[in-house]
Structures are given as structure tokens and as C-alpha cells.
Write a protein that binds this ligand. Structure first.
Ligand code: ATP
Ligand code: MG
Length: 396
């Protein structure tokens, strides 16, 4: 059956009181963005509901998929919209709907009527009872029967300016609309974890910027393209992302030449955080986001996280911190980043990696090692920042 419209239900954002319109507007903006490649739709809000009307032929599955990536949506209901509110006409439309939507009609149902139009001459309860009768008249012989406690199918009829009929609710992703929770800077590598971290933070309504460090010629153009591709995949959920690409080679070489090799990763990570924080401040971000998870590798022990964190003034959010690798992998599969993440291109961190990195770095020791960079690091940081490449990433 063909649907020309959807009713969008939202959960948490329904309870935001005076600010509700801000949440609704952000949600609508994200829905517009998600639906752009699917076709022409008009989106409007009406008392705690958002309606999407198709203005042309479109692909139903594509539309549902696009909407199921919009944070803030609790449910997506494909609806039949009827302008003629005359009861007999509605009853005929409802019967046709059930006939068309369900080939096999051996199920129990309940009719749920909401009457937003209080001038409608028949009360909700009565409309529900009358519609139930009509449906039984037509389909009882097929096996259709009533169960008001636990119906297999809940058929909802909303009487508003028009009449809306639906019985399916496809779950949305939940969360809050992106743009309602401020902005954060994601340290995006080509790995599995950081795209998942970005997804999780933005699910709470936070819009993202991202910083990627590469080390040409030690890392290839393809490794960089992989990160751009990952950002594109995340942008399907977040909307456009500004990606800062930083040439980290000289800093990495300087650390390699002057600092103890077992401390290399930790020192490198401290400079990454510093640079990312610089861009974050410049663009109004209030936090950094990484894909770190306790104990996953040497640079993610509690001691290492403590030492890395110490360079930052901003809060650093690590949504994967308590997750097992397997759980992160599953989430990355679900959001569609996994296949790209596992492409085997070199990461700038893995190139100069020591055989036996420190797992319990001490802050004072690391700081002392960093002093060996005193004569060059300011200049190197300045150059890395000045030569950044900025790419605006769009999902489509
Ligand atoms: P990921 O799968 O996210 O790459 P990982 O398990 O490989 O994580 P690390 O390489 O130790 O772990 O990186 C920890 C975090 O540091 C990453 O999740 C990411 O947020 C950040 N990071 C690491 N390398 C880079 C890079 N080249 N550019 C930007 N951020 C990076
Ligand atoms: Mg990595």
C-alpha cells in the first residue's frame, strides 16, 4: 500500500515546556536535511505532532530509513490522510485501509480515536465503537476480532483539521535533535571507536566538528579519504560536519627524535588534544570527544587517560569509556561505519609506535620528557594549526 504522509512522534523533547518550539524546529531542520535526497516533502508541526507530506512520488523505504536516522524521533507512523470528515466516509476509508494494509486479517484489534477537533459531532468513544462495528461487519468472517486489552493491531484515528489513520509505528532512534545541545569537537581517527563516540554524543543533541591528524607521507591519501568517508557517514545523523585536517608529521618526528620511545604515544596524544582544543575554542565547541575506552590499549589505561586529559581545559567526553570492544563493534555495525572503519589503511599513531609503550605513565616524567621539545614545539604547533585543511562534510 502507498503512503503519502507520515506522522512523527517525539519523546523526550515533548516535555521541554517553554522551549518546546526550539526542539521542534531543530527536529524539523534535521528531518529536512535527512529527506533531501529522497524527494520533495513538506513538514509541519501541529500540537505535539509533526507531519510529513510527500509532494511527489518517492521511495517509501528510503524515506523511512532517512527518518530513522534523525535523533529526537521516537516513532514514525505512515498515515492515510482524509479531508472529508463525514463519519460514513471515514468508516469506508478505515475499512479500505485495513483491507489494503493487512492481507491476512486473522488478528485482534482495537480502535483508538483522538478528537483534537472538539466540534466534531460524535464523541471519541462513540467513533471508536462505531468504527469497530463497521470493521467487524466487513472482516469478521476473515478472522478479525476485538481485543481492547492486548490488541495485535492498534488502529488509531485522529480527528483534527483532517482525519489521520494509522496502525504502524516504526521506532525512531530516540535521543534529542542535533543542534539543541551545543557543539563539541570530535577527535576522529580512521578506527572503529571514534565514529561511534561521535554518534553517541550527537544523539544527545550535540552538533559536531571533527579534527583528524595525519602524517604524510607516512600516511596515505587513502587513509585521509577513509576519514572523510567516515565523517560523511556520521553526517547522515548529525548534519554537515566541519572537518579540520591537521598535518602532524613534523610534531611526530620531533617527538620521535627527542623523547623516549616508550612515551611517544602518550606525548603525541597530549599534543593532539591540545590542537583539537584550539580549534574547538575557535569554533565555539564546549567539549572534546574521543573514542577512548578504559584499558583497550596502553594509551587508554587510567594512568594514560589521566596524563592525556591533563593538557585540556575543556571537558573531554568519552562515551565509549565503559564499553567492551564487542559492544562498540556492534554499534558501529548498526550505524553503518564498521565496514569503512576496518579498511586497512595506516593510522598516524601506528607508524611510530613503540614496541613496549608505557602503560602507567607518570605526569611529572612525561612533562620532563616534553621539555626536550621546548626549543621547537611552539613553532611546530603554530605551523600545524596554520596549515590545517578545512573540509565541509555533507552526508549527501
Ligand atoms: P579509534 O578506533 O577511534 O581509532 P583506537 O582504539 O584506535 O580508537 P587510539 O588510536 O588510541 O584508539 O585513539 C584513541 C582516540 O584518540 C580515538 O578514539 C580518537 O578519538 C583519537 N585519535 C586517535 N588517533 C587519531 C587521529 N589520527 N586523528 C584524530 N583523532 C585521533
Ligand atoms: Mg585509532
Amino acid at each position: 500500500m502507498e503512503f503519502k504522509a507520515f506522522l512523527i512522534k517525539y519523546a523526550e523533547i515533548g516535555v521541554k515546556g517553554k522551549n518546546r518550539f526550539r526542539f521542534e524546529d531543530a527536529l524539523i531542520q534535521q528531518m529536512r536535511y535527512a529527506l533531501q535526497p529522497v524527494g520533495e516533502f513538506s513538514i509541519r508541526k501541529e500540537s505535539g505532532r509533526i507531519f510529513v507530506d510527500a509532494l511527489e512520488e518517492y521511495d517509501y523505504d528510503e524515506a523511512v530509513e532517512a527518518l530513522s536516522r534523525v535523533f529526537g524521533i521516537a516513532g514514525i507512523c505512515p498515515i492515510v490522510v482524509e479531508e472529508n470528515k463525514d463519519f460514513d466516509h471515514i468508516a469506508a476509508v478505515v475499512c479500505d485501509y485495513v483491507g489494503e494494509r493487512y492481507e491476512d486479517r486473522t488478528f485482534s484489534f482495537k480502535v483508538n480515536v483522538r478528537r483534537a477537533d472538539k466540534k466534531y459531532p460524535i464523541k471519541s468513544m462513540d467513533v471508536a465503537a462505531l468504527l469497530g462495528e463497521k470493521l467487524l461487519e466487513r472482516y469478521e468472517a476473515d478472522g478479525l476480532h476485538v481485543n481492547v486489552r492486548e490488541p495485535d493491531v492498534l488502529l488509531t484515528v485522529e480527528i483534527r483539521d483532517k482525519v489521520y489513520i494509522y496502525s504502524d509505528e516504526i521506532p525512531g532512534p530516540g535521543g534529542m535533535p542535533v543542534g539543541t545541545g551545543g557543539r563539541a569537537m570530535l577527535l576522529l581517527s580512521g578506527g572503529i571507536d571514534s565514529p561511534v563516540a561521535g554518534y553517541m554524543i550527537s544523539k544527545r543533541g550535540v552538533s559536531l566538528e571533527a579534527t583528524y591528524f595525519h602524517a604524510p607521507p607516512y600516511t596515505s591519501e587513502r587513509a585521509k579519504q577513509k576519514v572523510v568517508d567516515l565523517a560523511k557517514l556520521i553526517a547522515r545523523y548529525t548534519g554537515p560536519i566541519t572537518l579540520h585536517i591537521v598535518n602532524f608529521t613534523d610534531i611526530q618526528m620531533a617527538i620521535y627524535e627527542k623523547c623516549p620511545h616508550d612515551e611517544l604515544t602518550i606525548i603525541m596524544r597530549r599534543y593532539m588534544m591540545k590542537i583539537a582544543e584550539h580549534f574547538a575554542k575557535e569554533s565555539g565547541c564546549l567539549a572534546l570527544v574521543t573514542g577512548e575506552s578504559i584499558g583497550q590499549v596502553a594509551s587508554q589505561t587510567m594512568q594514560s587517560l589521566y596524563v592525556t586529559n591533563e593538557v585540556c581545559e575543556m571537558p573531554v567526553f568519552r562515551p565509549c569509556i565503559g564499553m567492551d570492544k564487542q559492544d562498540i563493534v556492534e554499534l558501529s555495525e548498526r550505524i553503518g561505519t564498521y565496514e569503512t572503519s576496518i579498511l586497512p589503511y595506516e593510522d598516524c599513531c601506528t607508524i611510530f609506535v613503540a614496541k613496549h609503550p608505557v602503560t602507567k605513565p607518570r605526569l611529572d616524567v612525561i612533562k620532563k620528557s616534553e621539555r626536550k621539545l621546548d626549543d621547537c614545539i611552539d613553532e611546530l604547533l603554530k605551523t600545524a594549526i596554520e596549515t590545517e585543511e578545512v573540509v565541509k562534510i555533507h552526508a549527501h
